[in-house]
Design a protein around this ligand. Sequence first.
Ligand SMILES: [Zn+2]
Length: 258
Amino acid sequence: MDDGRAGPVALPAWVGLVRHPAHGLTAIDAGLGAGNRAGTAPHFPLNARNLEVPAGATLAELPGGPPARVVVTHVHYDHLGGLPDLPPSTEIWLGAADAATLRTGAAGVPRRLLDGYDVRPLDFGPGRAGRALGRPAVDLFGDGTVWVLDLPGHTPGALGVFVQAADGPWLFVGDTAWVDAHLRGPRRPPAVRLVVDARPREAARSLAWARRFTGCAGLRIVTGHEPAGASWATGGPASGPQSAPAAPESAASGADGS
Ligand SMILES: [Zn+2]
């Protein structure tokens, strides 16, 4: 990962959980799911091995029930794997360009993955979006608590999510940065960037934008696969009543990959 570490690194596939008093539970990414656990699909062709999905770690296994909606930061297998386990009533929010990618077939992801779901492609074009943190953004609930940000590059329709929670602000950047070190200086090695980033120049601009917020007091930035993510996690999978306007929780299943 070009951050000084060498050899195999265990990377969790993080899922953000935001509970809103009026809109229920929103997941940021779907993580890995039963299909990944069984070794079927979706999977990344080059890295289907060394993947572990512990019991109870998927979205469908949340003790309080599955989320009402999922915001997919980008259409890679480790962010979509939990989707097929969720009921068809689930709202699936994703960038319009990523929705188009899925329809044409993305590596390792079945083309019909979203068939039957309540899919909500997000268009950030002029007149269709507001702005948050200096980026085109959609106010998910219209109350300013959850903003979905246009953050392209890793995939053409990649998203970030900014949450103004009762316990402070959170910024989920997906795989614009795999690990926290990528926010400080190291980046994915050039050859890796060419393979994993659909639009490397846009990805570099999105990463540079995210880096501007690393010094903001109280802001927790959640990268896609930070192994030390437990330092900002506020608890395990969704549990207990939340009185907060929007309260991030977290869950993760493990993957060697991105
Ligand atoms: Zn990933």
